[in-house]
Design a protein around this ligand. Structure first.
Ligand code: DX5
Ligand code: ZN
Length: 219
């Protein structure tokens, strides 16, 4: 039985109370905190950066799963590593050398994630799969919470899971975007073991976060 991990996205949290929200997520059973960093260039939205992550670090010891939707990304990896990120996930389109950026994340002893947009093929990252900790499969086009799950991403998750099993790779398969109570089971059955959710965790059941996290863990 695979261990399912839940990484709530704080993009859907109350940004005026992020410290309290993060503490509540930890107490509600979150395995990690998904921190969506957006630069208004790689994606048409702007959120938070290293100073805010640094300020939030003291509110919890569970991992910060930092999703960098920024371009260029390479020169900022140091800042995110030093601000308290535990997993640093980048988009291959945002760096001129994926190998150098992977090495840069490892230089700071952080876990490496690579993210695939819905229209980015597995082939773009296939040759790096043996050296990374996480593949973040986007089931929406990045930039906003509350979007609709793109169903054809299930095939990509299945194929990624096959490649992982055939080669005994160790990376987690994390899926991000539009996850809800009616689609999360097929996402897990397709081979994912980490679910990102913002809207569903913060809004369902009148915002009963503990109930929503537990529900997503029951396949
Ligand atoms: C979108 C972000 C996602 C998003 C998930 O660009 O990467 O993490 O916040 O939010 P929901 O679960 O509302 O789709
Ligand atoms: Zn994200």
């Amino acid at each position: 039985m695979k261990k399912i991990k839940i990484s709530p996205s704080i993009l859907s949290a109350d940004f005026s109370q992020l410290g309290r929200e993060i503490k509540n997520l930890e107490n509600s059973g979150a395995d990690m905190i998904h921190v969506d960093v957006m630069d208004g260039h790689f994606v048409p939205n702007l959120t938070i950066g290293p100073p805010v992550i640094k300020a939030l670090r003291k509110y919890t010891n569970i991992p910060f799963d930092v999703h960098l939707m920024i371009n260029p990304v390479h020169k900022y990896i140091k800042d995110y590593a030093e601000s308290g990120a535990d997993i640093i996930t980048i988009h291959p389109e945002a760096t001129s050398s994926l190998q150098e950026s992977i090495d840069e994340i490892k230089k700071y002893k952080k876990k490496v994630g690579l993210s695939l947009n819905p229209d980015t093929k597995i082939e773009v990252i296939e040759k790096y799969l043996d050296q990374i900790d996480l593949v973040l499969v986007m089931s929406v086009f990045p930039g906003f919470g509350g979007q609709k799950f793109i169903k054809n991403v299930l095939k990509k998750i299945e194929r990624l899971s096959e490649i992982k099993d055939k080669n005994s790779f160790k990376f987690d398969i994390e899926v991000d975007g539009g996850i809800n109570f009616s689609n999360f089971k097929e996402v897990l059955e397709a081979g994912a073991n980490v679910l990102v959710s913002g809207t569903t965790i913060f809004k369902e059941n009148n915002g009963d976060i503990k109930k929503n996290i537990n529900f997503l863990k029951t396949i």
